[in-house]
Design a binder for this molecule. Sequence first.
Ligand SMILES: [Zn+2]
Length: 474
Amino acid sequence: MPETRYKKDEDFNEWYNEIVELADLCDKRYPIKGMNVWRPYGWKLMSYVDALIRREMEFTRHQEVYFPLLIPESLFNKEAEHIEGFGGEVYWITHAGHTELEERWLLRPTSETAMYPIFSLWIRSHADLPLKVFQIVNTFRYETKQTRAFIRVREIHFFEAHTCHSDFEDAERQIKEDKEMASRFFYELSLPFLFHKRPEWDKFAGAFYTISIDVLMPSLKTLQLGSIHQYRDNFSKPYEIKYEAEDGTHRYCHQTTYGMSERILGAIIGIHGDNRGLIIPPSVAPIQVVIVPIIFKGKEEQVLEFSKKVFEDLKQREIRVHLDDRDITPGSKYYDWELKGVPLRIEIGPRDIEENQVILVPRDTGEKKPVKIDSIPMKIEEEFQGLSKRLYDNALNLLQYNINKVSTIEEAKNKSGIIMLPWCGVDNCALEIEEILDKSTLGEPVEEKPSVENMVCPICGKPATTWLRYAKTY
Ligand SMILES: [Zn+2]
């Protein structure tokens, strides 16, 4: 089978760039850097990822909304830290036609400042709470670093959930729900991840605290796929989001947000793909099964007819199936669909018809499995589960193998991937470690917190209060 020009384990970055274009996900020739054109196959893939998100939103009783793209400067300026954090990344609109606007508008970098003035009108009493909404829209951030398809872009395909609660505890319950949602969602994509409580100096602008969702790419850099923020009442005060409590007093809401982007695609491409192309988890594959008829002279009609029957049957079972009846060699078809990461291929030749069977070929192993015609749907389901599990296990191995828990700087220097070191809790000590290791702080582990008993901070020697993880990041 033909392979990509660049090899995944030799030059990951070039391999990634090659795959993105070869598999028809996006077109990077649009004349604004970091604003790529979604090609049909890439957009379809994204829409299936979005469908999984919408399913989770439905399940957790969030309602979908759509807020305008433009935000007046006066609204944006209400939360001081937020402006501070985003100021340098914002695109401004100053003119309409030939007229200079009285007030500048900005393209949303995220939608807090668009939504919250309206939330203050929607929320009147405790009966209006919790308010749970989300939208999937484009946001804009002026990136100055090198852009990379799906990973660092200037027009972002963005999912943002925003919630308002009566008090801090209820907002904390929302964060717990968000974490459970993330666990279900990323498991469906066969993407094991780590939660990190981001350090104070690197949390979201305006947040009380931020939890990041990080995956490890095969380049051993981490990629942040999402973040969950506890705002407390940091935004509800400037935006006056208040409600009347049962006792008649007026109180400020506590708020949370949960955000993700097309970086999820970046992770699917980078973590699951191989030197023959993408491998897309069946849960989001635009085409889950491709049927390739193996045509022999004199048997054309028989093979095509049989293939069509299998195709129609699978379509009725709501499997996303495609029959490739193009007039090219089966080998060229295999190549195309492997490149596009279709999880399962069905080959049908004259001999299979005689045997009343088809050949199933999972994308990752390439193993050919004869299956009797009656058991195709059941076997497809099994193969989907098997493939998803193998993708997950491989990614989990990569992740677990590259988390290095060490206690001194010397040990840390010899390790790649994710480094875990004890920490005293003083910002400057962690910042010094970042400098020495040339890595960024991911944050404190959130789920499992190993004991720091008898451990000391490798910089100041004082007793450690927690562990911190560091890595090179995208
Ligand atoms: Zn220290």
